[in-house]
Write a protein that binds this ligand. Structure first.
Ligand code: IPD
Ligand code: CA
Ligand code: CA
Length: 271
């Protein structure tokens, strides 16, 4: 049983500052690997792992365990938690591993605290640009701890810069259907290759919407807190809240959300 018996004892700016520090330290390790030679392995066909993923995973898991010994940690590169209903750190040591492996310079470290069915703290750190996006539920979202983030007021598709990402596995036909459903009308469509960064950019107002057909909790949890604390809306493609096991994810500025969600709702069952 956690010794953090209430939200209030853990959900503090002090906790956020500790997690920001861990994200920056992990990012420093990832950047150092990127600037040197590194190994790449395949965990499964098309699913890559690099020295940077391994190094960041080991550092983050130990650092979180030291700082918060009573909270479980679920990293993409680790084991699933024994009690997913209890407070949980969700860790993506490198979000954008395919980019990293190709030396495409877009990847982040993503850390989130999941509690009572939703993410309540999120930190996304881009080590090449030294941009740290962070949010604590109820306290707003910030860039580098200084600039308060706010989503745009964009309401029309033809004025919207929208991003999605390529998925592995069975979500890909749904993604293609979604691109078909939106691609002719949006101002432009982007694929960054790092879901956490796409969501952080919606929070920052640099994108108007982001969607993905197949994510894991460590991909979206931190970005969802960022978007919601910046005034945006998030859901799955059917408009439902995002449980730990969701696959489809949408984030958008409030006026744009209904337009995009109604298009996507027809795509998650497309063949
Ligand atoms: C991937 C990225 C990508 C998304 C994939 C994820 P990884 O994460 O977030 O944007 O489309 O589904 O698997 O493997 O680079 O941590
Ligand atoms: Ca990821
Ligand atoms: Ca990853």
């Amino acid at each position: 049983m956690s010794t953090y018996t209430t939200m209030e004892t853990l959900l503090t700016p002090t906790t956020l500052a500790r997690v920001e520090h861990i994200a920056r330290e992990a990012g420093r390790r990832v950047r150092a690997h990127f600037q040197a030679a590194f190994n790449v392995w395949e965990k499964a066909p098309g699913d890559l792992l690099t020295d940077a993923d391994v190094a960041a995973h080991r550092y983050i898991v130990q650092a979180l365990a030291d700082a918060f010994p009573h909270v479980q940690v679920w990293s993409e590169e680790g084991e699933a938690p024994a009690h997913p209903e209890r407070p949980l750190w969700l860790v993506d040591p490198v979000d954008g591993t395919t980019n990293f492996a190709h030396r495409f310079p877009v990847f982040v470290v993503s850390l989130a605290l999941w509690w009572e069915g939703r993410p309540v703290l999120g930190v996304v750190y881009d080590p090449l640009r030294d941009q740290l996006f962070s949010a604590l539920r109820g306290h707003g979202a910030f860039l580098n701890g200084e600039r308060r983030l706010s989503v745009t007021a964009t309401r029309h598709l033809d004025q919207a810069l929208v991003a999605c990402d390529w998925t592995r596995g069975p979500g890909r036909p749904h993604l293609l259907a979604a691109v078909n459903a939106l691609g002719l009308e949006v101002q432009a469509l982007r694929c960054l290759g790092a879901a956490a960064l796409g969501l952080a950019y919606v929070a920052a107002g640099w994108l108007d919407a982001y969607f993905n057909a197949q994510l894991q909790p460590w991909d979206f949890a931190a970005g969802v807190v960022l978007v919601e604390e910046a005034g945006g809306l998030t859901s799955d493609w059917q408009g439902a809240p995002l449980p730990l096991g969701t696959t489809t994810v949408l984030a958008a500025t409030p006026p744009l959300y209904p337009v995009v969600q109604s298009r996507l709702s027809m795509c998650s069952t497309c063949k």
